[in-house]
Design a protein around this ligand. Structure first.
Ligand code: FO1
Length: 323
């Protein structure tokens, strides 16, 4: 594990997170702070498959924090098998969104409980307890929000674009269906109220972080936290002009932005106080500072558990000291 951050033992740290990058940073934070980490996770990439609700970003964070994530893919479960998917295929079902046998159990439990009227936040809490997760994972809202992307072929559901079409079409616009009715849960509001710092993961700024901030009450809660002195520290998921994972670099360009750490920083103007960039991008520090953020330059690529804990420690340090 990396060095311990200069943080006291009673603070609450809130992390806004999408899938793989968010899960890795959450894991690094959990290594430092255990149950004092609250991860507010994007649920706008949720999708219904075979009558079940799948919550990919949530489950990626859940499995990673439980130590059972599939290391090769980043999502799903280690040692996964696909016997059920094979059978679904024989029945003529579309299986481009591959649900593993172990993963399927999560969606069965989630969907059964939703049908009984349970809140997503409560279901998530019980899944975490069953898997022995120390940190707290909170869905960004209990309402249903769905990211849709505009391509040359019209509006598509996010997983259609991401998995079925392998992120190939250019994304011309984005919308979050259902966002008008989405409000922050009491748990999310309470976490932001006591947060000593809010961190933003190296997740896609458009389809992972923006939906979280768009939920009524979340950006307001973050700004209230800032006004009482809590810092917001974001980290770039673009290193050397390339996304560490996923299509964020191409999305930045097709949405009229620059595929660079600076392009990501611009998305967090007026939101982040500190922006963490990779040493490869040190040359952009001045331009990012001109946006009104303090810049921290470090190694941001989390290749192993030590790298996750190290970046988490650097972000905690940036949140807790300096001006
Ligand atoms: N990603 C893929 O590239 N192919 C898949 O078949 C796939 C299935 C899948 C099933 C459950 C789950 O929780 C995630 C899954 N993912 C798959 C990953 C998912 O599409 C992405 O992690 C996110 O939605 C992007 O943040």
């Amino acid at each position: 594990m990396g060095r311990m951050p200069s943080s006291s033992s009673s603070e609450t740290i809130v992390l806004l997170a999408g899938g793989v990058g968010g899960a890795k940073l959450a894991d690094g934070l959990q290594a430092h702070l255990g149950s004092r980490v609250v991860v507010i996770v994007n649920t706008a990439d949720d999708v219904e498959r075979h009558g079940l609700l799948v919550s990919p970003d949530h489950d990626t964070v859940l499995y990673t924090l439980a130590g059972i994530a599939n290391r090769e893919w980043g999502w799903g479960i280690e040692g996964e098998t696909f016997a059920a998917a094979g059978m679904l295929e024989r029945y003529g079902e579309e299986t481009w969104f591959r649900l593993g046998d172990r993963d399927l159990a999560t969606h069965v439990v989630r969907t059964a409980r939703l049908r009984r009227g349970d809140r997503p936040t409560d279901i998530s809490r019980d899944l975490q307890r069953s898997l022995g997760v120390e940190a707290v994972i909170l869905p960004m809202t209990d309402a249903s929000v769905r990211t849709e992307v505009l391509t040359d072929d019209g509006w598509l559901g996010f997983q259609d674009y991401f998995v079925r079409l392998h992120q190939e079409p250019a994304v011309l616009d984005l919308r979050f269906a259902g966002i008008e009715d989405a409000i922050a849960t009491p748990e999310v509001v309470a976490a932001l109220e006591v947060a000593d710092a809010v961190l933003i993961a190296p997740s896609n700024p458009f389809v992972s972080v923006r939906p979280i901030l768009a939920v009524e009450g979340i950006e307001a809660g973050l700004q209230t936290a800032r006004s009482r002195g809590a810092r917001v520290v974001a980290v770039s998921g673009i290193v050397g002009g390339k996304a560490l994972k996923g299509p964020a670099d191409r999305m930045l360009v097709s949405l009229g932005q620059e595929a660079s750490a600076l392009g990501v920083a611009r998305q967090y103007t007026g939101i982040a106080d500190v922006f963490v960039i990779d040493s490869l991008d040190a040359g952009q520090a001045g331009a990012i500072e001109a946006l009104g953020m303090r810049v921290v330059v470090t190694d941001t690529v989390m290749t192993d558990a030590a790298g996750r804990a190290r970046l988490a420690g650097e972000m905690l340090d940036a949140a807790m000291k300096g001006s």
